[in-house]
Design a protein around this ligand. Structure first.
Ligand code: SF4
Ligand code: MG
Length: 325
């Protein structure tokens, strides 16, 4: 759970400074090695905040993060550095995450040195650099190693950002919209690369996206977030083919063509009908109730818990409450 204080913007908000944005509320998920878990939702649904909480970039309001079943408590020092080596983040905009005045060599060397090759010989380091570039299919390495970020394409930059993350020899990759700023024609290549890395390096990947079609293509498991809460989850095939939650159904209905992975939109603002609610004062009961075509009286007052639909597939929606049916 993460609640932020509302930023002071103009007089209107100043008079109510103690209000909080309920960005992430009671979200629980498990990442497993060798699997991609997608977290799907609209802009402002809290999915990036979840990634930042997992990376320990923000303090949590409540809840805990565990690695190998052990709670992670350190936010600085040696144990925190060990954690941040194991759990690496990849961001939406590779241009912003790479330093424009440094070459590919600098970025990758730094990652290798910080994390695990402090005392490596020059030759070992060079081999490691070549290996990293080969891992992300930037070959031959000498074509890329001394380039600056602006001399690379968007897709190449994202591959460098991925290589840098791999330099730490991580177990977990948190990928926040890793392809949504790339040209449609190269998105698939980057997703395929991540899938290949997942298998070869046995990584656990959290794939954050507003595009449910890409989750179906790329992720083993899919969780859908709405207004700071997870509303549905299960294996990707089931969630996308037999969506249970009315919000997931809306997401799928408003996708241009669920089978056309390369055709998805670049803007996450223009999909779905209706507006996501304010998280300063979220709707009571089910947060989706003002937009839901199946809304019932109890939805307006009672928060629906997770109901199991089939093995591993759940939805937080009163429609699946067997006892009331
Ligand atoms: Fe719709 Fe009610 Fe289900 Fe919420 S709990 S999604 S309002 S039917
Ligand atoms: Mg985001």
């Amino acid at each position: 759970t993460k609640h932020f204080p509302v930023r002071k913007r103009g007089r209107e908000v100043l008079s109510r400074v103690t209000r909080m944005v309920q960005a992430v509320d009671d979200v629980s998920l498990t990442l497993r090695r060798g699997r991609v878990t997608a977290l799907v939702g609209e802009s402002g649904s809290g999915k990036s905040t979840v990634a930042r909480l997992l990376a320990q970039l923000y303090p949590r309001t409540a809840g805990e993060v565990k690695l190998h079943g052990k709670p992670v408590t350190a936010t600085s020092g040696k144990r925190f550095r060990a954690y941040s080596r194991q759990v690496q983040m990849i961001f939406q905009d590779p241009f912003a995450s790479l330093n424009p005045v440094h070459t590919v060599r600098y970025h990758l060397t730094r990652a290798l040195k910080i994390h695990n090759r402090a005392g490596a010989s020059k030759e070992d380091l060079e081999n490691a650099l070549t290996g990293l570039l080969a891992r992300v299919q930037l070959t031959p390495p000498e074509r890329y190693i001394d380039k600056f970020p602006h001399e690379l394409s968007g897709g190449q930059r994202q591959r460098v950002a991925i290589a840098r993350a791999l330099g730490a020899d991580p177990e977990v990759l948190l990928a926040d919209e890793p392809v949504s700023m790339l040209d449609v024609s190269i998105r698939l290549g980057v997703l395929n690369l991540l899938r290949d890395l997942k298998e070869r390096l046995h990584l656990a990947i959290l794939y954050i996206t507003h595009d449910i079609a890409s989750a179906r293509y790329f992720a083993d498991e899919t969780m859908v977030m709405y207004a700071g809460r997870v509303v549905e989850g299960g294996d990707s095939e089931t969630v996308t083919q037999q969506p249970a939650h009315p919000y997931t159904q809306l997401l799928i209905d408003s996708a241009p063509d669920p089978d056309q992975i390369a055709g998805y939109r670049t803007s996450e603002k223009d999909r779905g009908s209706g507006e996501p609610p304010s998280l300063i004062n979220p709707p009571s009961g089910c947060r989706f109730h003002p937009r839901c075509p199946h809304v019932m009286e109890r939805c307006k007052t009672d928060l629906p818990p997770r109901f199991d639909i089939s093995d591993g597939h759940f939805a937080a929606c009163w429609l699946y409450d067997k006892e009331k049916a």
